[in-house]
Design a protein around this ligand. Structure first.
Ligand SMILES: Cc1cc2nc3c(=O)[nH]c(=O)nc-3n(C[C@H](O)[C@H](O)[C@H](O)COP(=O)(O)OP(=O)(O)OC[C@H]3O[C@@H](n4cnc5c(N)ncnc54)[C@H](O)[C@@H]3O)c2cc1C
Ligand SMILES: Nc1c(O)cccc1C(=O)O
Length: 492
C-alpha cells in the first residue's frame, strides 16, 4: 500500500476498539472522544502531507524493495543526502505541530527502521528475532503504521530491580510460553499518544540485572490486542475549549498512558527479544535506536525551542518592552540557544558516523549534546516568556469577552498593545504564550523536554564516560610537555 492518507488513518482509528480508560471512564469511541478528536485530526494532517505535491518529494521516496512510495522515516540512510531526506520529514512534521508533538509517527518508525537495519545483532542471539523484526519493519512501512512505545517500568520502587519488586508482575514480564506465543503480564509506561495509534512496541532502556530474565523482552502488538489496557493520565483539556482561548492546548495535546498487559498473548512472530538480559541491555547501543531517533528529536526540539523564542519576542514586542536592555538580554539569550541547537544539528549531520553495514548515523556527540542542553534551554525559554509576559499572561480576556457588546469598548481600549498592535492581536499572542508557559499543557511540554530521552543526569554521566573512553585529553599532555624556550635560548 505505501503512504496512507489522513482519511485512511482515521478509518483505521475508527475500525478499532482498544481498551482505553480515562478519568474512571472506559472510552467506547476513541475518534468521537473530544479529548482525542483534534490530536487525531493533527495526525491525519501529517498523513495527508505525504500526498501534498508541496511536500511529497521532500518527505517520501520510492521503496527499492516494493516500488511503492513510503515515508522517509523508513529509509535506511547510507550517506549525507539520505540524512537530509530524513531530516526533511522530521522538519515538515515538526513545523506542522510547532515541535509540540514529540511522538509523531516518524519517531518510532525511525526506531524500527534502525532495529531492522541492525538485525544482525538480534540474529546472533536468535535468528527468529532477526527475521521477526525485519518482517515487522516491512509490515509497518508498507502499511504506513503509527506506533506508540513504552520502555520504562512503572515508578514503584526504583531502588530495586524488576525481579525484586514485591509483586512479580508489577513490571511487565513473561508469564509462560505457549505453542502460539508468549503470555505477558504487568505494566509499562509511558506510552505517549497510545489511544490513537495503530500498534505498540515494547522494549526497554538498559539496566536489567541477573534475575530479570523474564522482563528482558521486546515485542510489538496491535493497539487493540485483547487484554491490553491503557490507563490515561488526567487530560489537560476537555476537547471543547475554544481555539481562540487555547490555540495550542486545544490542538496538540499528546495523551500519555500506562499500559497494563493482563495475560496478553504475544504471537512468536512478534517477539524480537526474550529471556536474555545481555541482549536486552545491549539493544540500545548495538542497534542505533538511541542515535537515529535522536535526529528526529533534535530537529523537532529545535523547532519547539525556536517557537518558544519567537513567542517570547512577540510578547515583548506587542507591549513595547523590548526597548529595555534587560529584556533584550533575555531575548538575545534565547535566540543564541536556538542558534546553538541549530549549529549542533548541522555538525551532527555533517560529521556522520558510518557503521560497518554502510548505514550512517548523525554524529553521536553532537546529538547527545543537544539532548543534554535541551532540558536546560527549553525550561529557560519558558521562564523568559513568564518573566516578560508578567501579570498580563494571567489577565487575558476570553473570546467570549470580545464578543460581548457591553464590554467590547473595554476590550479595545484596555487590552490594546503598543502602537500598531490591536487588542485582539495582543490578546492572541498572550494566549499562545500562556498555553506554552502557564497551562498544564505547557508544563507537560516542559516535562517532556526534561525526560523524554530518559533521566538527563544519568544520560550526561553516560555521555561523559563514553567521551572519556574515546578521548585521551591529549591537550593536557601537550601542555605538560611544552619545550622550555627560555632554557633552549640560554643554551644557544
Ligand atoms: C511527557 C513525557 C512523555 C514521555 N513519553 C514516553 C513514551 O512515549 N514512551 C516511553 O517509553 N517513555 C516516555 N517517557 C518516559 C521517559 O522515558 C521517562 O520519563 C524517563 O526515562 C525518566 O524515567 P522516570 O520518569 O521513570 O523517572 P525515574 O527514573 O523514576 O527518576 C526519578 C528521579 O530519580 C532519580 N533516579 C532514579 N533512578 C536513579 C538511579 N538509578 N540513579 C540515580 N538517580 C536516579 C532521577 O534522576 C530522577 O530525578 C515520557 C516522559 C515524559 C515526561
Ligand atoms: N527517548 C527515546 C525513546 O523513547 C525511544 C528511543 C530512543 C529514545 C532516546 O531519546 O534515545
Amino acid at each position: 500500500m505505501g503512504i496512507r492518507t489522513g482519511a485512511q488513518y482515521i478509518e483505521a482509528v475508527k475500525s478499532r476498539q482498544p481498551e482505553v480508560w480515562m478519568s474512571g471512564r472506559k472510552i467506547t469511541n476513541v475518534f468521537e472522544e473530544p479529548v482525542f478528536k483534534r490530536p487525531i485530526l493533527e495526525m491525519a494532517n501529517l498523513y495527508d502531507m505525504q500526498h501534498d505535491p508541496k511536500y511529497q518529494d521532500q518527505i517520501t521516496h520510492i521503496c527499492e524493495e516494493t516500488g511503492e512510495r513510503v515515508n522517509n522515516a523508513f529509509l535506511v540512510p547510507r550517506n549525507y543526502e539520505d540524512l537530509q531526506k530524513r531530516r526533511a520529514v522530521f522538519e515538515v512534521f515538526a513545523r506542522a505541530t510547532f515541535g509540540l508533538m514529540g511522538r509523531t509517527p516518524d519517531f518510532l518508525n525511525v526506531v524500527v527502521t534502525s532495529m531492522y537495519s541492525n538485525a544482525d545483532f538480534l540474529d546472533k542471539y536468535n535468528p527468529d528475532w532477526a527475521v521477526n523484526i525485519k518482517n515487522y519493519y516491512r509490515y509497518i512501512r508498507d502499511n504506513d503504521l503509527f506506533l506508540t512505545h513504552a520502555i520504562i517500568n512503572p515508578q514503584n520502587d526504583r531502588s530495586k530491580s524488576s525481579h525484586e519488586q514485591n509483586d512479580m508482575f508489577t513490571h511487565l514480564g513473561a508469564v509462560k510460553e505457549t505453542p502460539e506465543g508468549l503470555v505477558v503480564r504487568g505494566a509499562k509506561m509511558l506510552a505517549t499518544l497510545a489511544p490513537i495509534t495503530d500498534e505498540v512496541i515494547i522494549y526497554s532502556f538498559p539496566g536489567f540485572k541477573p534475575g530479570d530474565e523474564r522482563y528482558a523482552l521486546a515485542f510489538a502488538l496491535p493497539i487493540d490486542t485483547p487484554g491490553l489496557r491503557m490507563l490515561c493520565r488526567e487530560p489537560m483539556q476537555d476537547g471543547t475549549r475554544p481555539l481562540f482561548d487555547h490555540p495550542l492546548a486545544s490542538r496538540f495535546e499528546e495523551m500519555d498512558a500506562v499500559l497494563v498487559f493482563d495475560n496478553v498473548l504475544v504471537p512468536w512472530d512478534r517477539v524480537f527479544l526474550y529471556n536474555n538480559v545481555e541482549a536486552a541491555n545491549l539493544l540500545y547501543p548495538k542497534t542505533g535506536i538511541a542515535q537515529q531517533p535522536a535526529h528526529q528529536s533534535g530537529v523537532r526540539g529545535l523547532i519547539k525551542l525556536q517557537f518558544a523564542a519567537e513567542v517570547a519576542c512577540r510578547v515583548a514586542d506587542s507591549i513595547g518592552v523590548d526597548v529595555f536592555l534587560n529584556v533584550q538580554d533575555q531575548l538575545g539569550e534565547l535566540i543564541q540557544s536556538v542558534e546553538t541547537i541549530r549549529a549542533l544539528l548541522r555538525v551532527a549531520e555533517h560529521e556522520f558516523e558510518t557503521l560497518p553495514s554502510g548505514e550512517v548515523m548523525p554524529g553521536g556527540v553532537s546529538l547527545e549534546t543537544i539532548r543534554g542542553l535541551m532540558p536546560t534551554v527549553y525550561p529557560r525559554a519558558i521562564e523568559v516568556i513568564q518573566i516578560i509576559g508578567a501579570g498580563g499572561l494571567l489577565m487575558s480576556p476570553t473570546g467570549a469577552d470580545f464578543a460581548a457588546p457591553e464590554i467590547a469598548g473595554d476590550m479595545e481600549r484596555y487590552y490594546l498593545g503598543r502602537e500598531g498592535i490591536s487588542a485582539e492581536q495582543r490578546v492572541k499572542i498572550f494566549k499562545l504564550a500562556w498555553d506554552l508557559c502557564g497551562e498544564a499543557f505547557g508544563q507537560r511540554l516542559l516535562q517532556y523536554e526534561r525526560y523524554y530521552t530518559g533521566d538527563p543526569i544519568r544520560k550526561r554521566a553516560i555521555f561523559y564516560n563514553q567521551f572519556k573512553r574515546n578521548n585521551t585529553f591529549s591537550l593536557v599532555d601537550e601542555a605538560l610537555n611544552l619545550p622550555d624556550f627560555v632554557k633552549d635560548k640560554t643554551t644557544v
